[in-house]
Design a protein around this ligand. Structure first.
Ligand SMILES: Nc1nc2c(ncn2[C@@H]2O[C@H](COP(=O)(O)OP(=O)(O)OP(=O)(O)O)[C@@H](O)[C@H]2O)c(=O)[nH]1
Length: 496
């Protein structure tokens, strides 16, 4: 008996205090482990959405993805993939509609590869057509219907959840572009001041911004109201049909060739530029058809003079500044409230200003104009030599397009030397292209809630840290309390 007692007292692991301590440590480790594992994000699986942007100049297919487990709208949808459809926009297939459908096949096959097979059937697929189809629909609605039928047939052959093809209104195009920019910048979720959106396409251009001084009643047709993440927005938006850069070029050329076939010396093209152009092709658009002169049948010589100031005068002629029935207007009698920045300018605003190296927001407007004037004055053969990699069609038009952009922003929208510096020329935000497509999909899939979603009081890392620190404090308190409750804990065991 005394030998047993001796053994027990010799071995400190057998004291009740030690046993309690070990159990305490195990309990604490278990608690922290459960906290870490329980609150750890589960392995992310993604959902997908596909939007085809059927623009006037070309079609692009965008695939978006977002974390599947965050269906309560806390995960951000991002662009996963973009495919540029070869050839022109679907409106160019008015006489051969079946080809409009066929043109989409290659990118749709790519989409099949990009989206995991098990997600195909639940992936929504949308096609939105913009100004090219708006114009075709105005000009020849049955041709526009046939193009849509062909496109629908082609898209329905794919295993996605086809949600329809339609023409977006200019207002939708402007508003969804604004949603995209502000969603990607996290401005909507955080309720921050929003960024205005400037979108320049081939056939239309959009301006959208929130202005404190915007009285909706003055021009209700320019207003779009949203409630997003618990905040109300009263957005001003306007889309100018025919004021995309390709249609404005037609209007400017039509203006210069109005006296009939012959040769025109165009200040918006480089000195030494000379092309024989088809007069009737120029007028093949509702934006210019009413300006067609009686004798416009043959060809004309389009030659360049390369003069920025004169080019601005030509471009200004496409705007009408004479009538405004509102307190203030941009152009063509369209109401526009006072500009409120910052602004993101994308699509052709970016392509053109990026090529001209004029995207630096710190560059004063007068320097931008000076650089553009020098660029326009550069002889055409030098321009071609300097940029052998750029397609001739794009290269020939940068002087015109740059001049149009500056004229549209300053004379059209009333940006001043000061407010011009609020414009950022952007292509992408966090790897997603700026444009209407993402905003359109977010709206149709109800991915932006009207009210702010409930969020956990602490982020995951904060939760684990607090649990660990609390457990350690409890443990230390427990050890200290043992010294008072059980004084023998302090003593070394006696060997009897
Ligand atoms: N320089 C250059 N121009 C481009 C490029 N991609 C498109 N463009 C031109 O930029 C203009 C606008 O293109 P998009 O934004 O695709 O416009 P869109 O959707 O065809 O036109 P809308 O239907 O009016 O919206 C068109 O004149 C195109 O020809 C590019 O990579 N480089």
């Amino acid at each position: 008996m005394s030998a047993q007692r001796e053994m027990k007292e010799k071995n400190p692991w057998h004291t009740p205090v030690t046993i309690i301590t070990v159990i305490g440590v195990i309990a604490i480790v278990a608690l922290v482990t459960v906290a870490v594992l329980q609150n750890r994000p589960v392995l992310q699986k993604y959902k997908y959405g596909i939007v085809l942007d059927a623009g006037s100049s070309h079609t692009a297919l965008y695939i978006y993805e977002w974390p599947a487990e965050k269906d309560n709208n806390t995960g951000r949808a991002e662009q996963k993939y973009v495919c540029k459809v070869k050839g022109k926009g679907i409106s160019s297939y008015a006489n051969t509609p079946v080809k409009a459908g066929e043109s989409l096949n290659e990118c749709m096959q790519e989409a099949k590869m990009q989206v995991p097979t098990k997600r195909h059937h639940e992936t929504p697929l949308y096609l939105g057509a913009t100004a090219g189809m708006r114009l075709l629909n105005m000009e020849n609605s049955s041709a526009s219907d046939k193009v849509f039928q062909a496109v629908e047939k082609a898209l329905q052959r794919f295993p996605f959840s086809y949600q329809g093809a339609r023409i977006l209104s200019g207002q939708e195009e402007g508003a969804f572009g604004w949603v995209t920019v502000n969603y990607l910048d996290d401005r909507l979720k955080q309720g921050l001041e929003t960024t205005g959106a400037l979108d320049l396409g081939g056939a239309s251009t959009q301006i959208s911004f929130v202005s404190k001084n915007y009285d909706i009643s003055e021009s209700p047709s320019n207003s779009v109201t949203f409630r997003l993440y618990g905040n109300d927005y009263n957005l001003y938006t306007h889309s100018f049909l025919c004021y995309g850069k390709d249609q404005v070029l037609r209007m400017a050329l039509a203006h210069q060739t109005k006296s009939g076939p012959g040769t025109i010396l165009d200040p918006c093209f480089h000195p030494g530029y000379l092309e024989l152009k088809d007069y009737s092709l120029l007028y093949d658009s509702p934006c210019v058809s009413d300006r067609k002169p009686q004798n416009a049948t043959g060809t004309f010589n389009h030659s360049g003079a390369g003069n920025f100031k004169q080019c601005q005068e030509v471009v200004k002629k496409v705007f009408n500044f004479t009538s405004c029935k509102y307190s203030r207007c941009s152009f063509n009698g369209v109401f526009q409230p006072p500009l409120q920045g910052p602004f993101g300018a994308f699509s052709a605003y970016y392509y053109v200003m990026d090529f001209l190296k004029l995207t630096d927001a710190t560059m004063p407007l007068k320097d931008v104009k000076e650089k553009l004037a020098n660029y326009c004055a550069t002889p055409w053969n030098e321009i071609v030599k300097q940029h052998p990699e750029v397609p001739i069609k794009y290269l020939a038009e940068y002087c015109f397009s740059g001049t149009y952009i500056i004229t549209l922003l300053t004379d059209g929208y009333n940006f001043t030397s000061e407010s011009y510096s609020n414009i950022n020329f952007i292509k992408k935000i966090k790897n997603s292209d700026a444009g209407w497509t993402l905003g359109y999909m977010l709206n149709l899939t109800n991915m932006i809630p009207a009210e702010a979603p409930d969020s956990p009081p602490l982020p995951h890392a904060g939760y684990v840290t607090i649990i660990t620190i609390s457990a350690l404090i409890l443990f230390v308190l427990f050890i200290l309390s043992l010294r008072f409750i059980c004084p023998s804990f302090q003593k070394t065991p006696h060997i009897v």
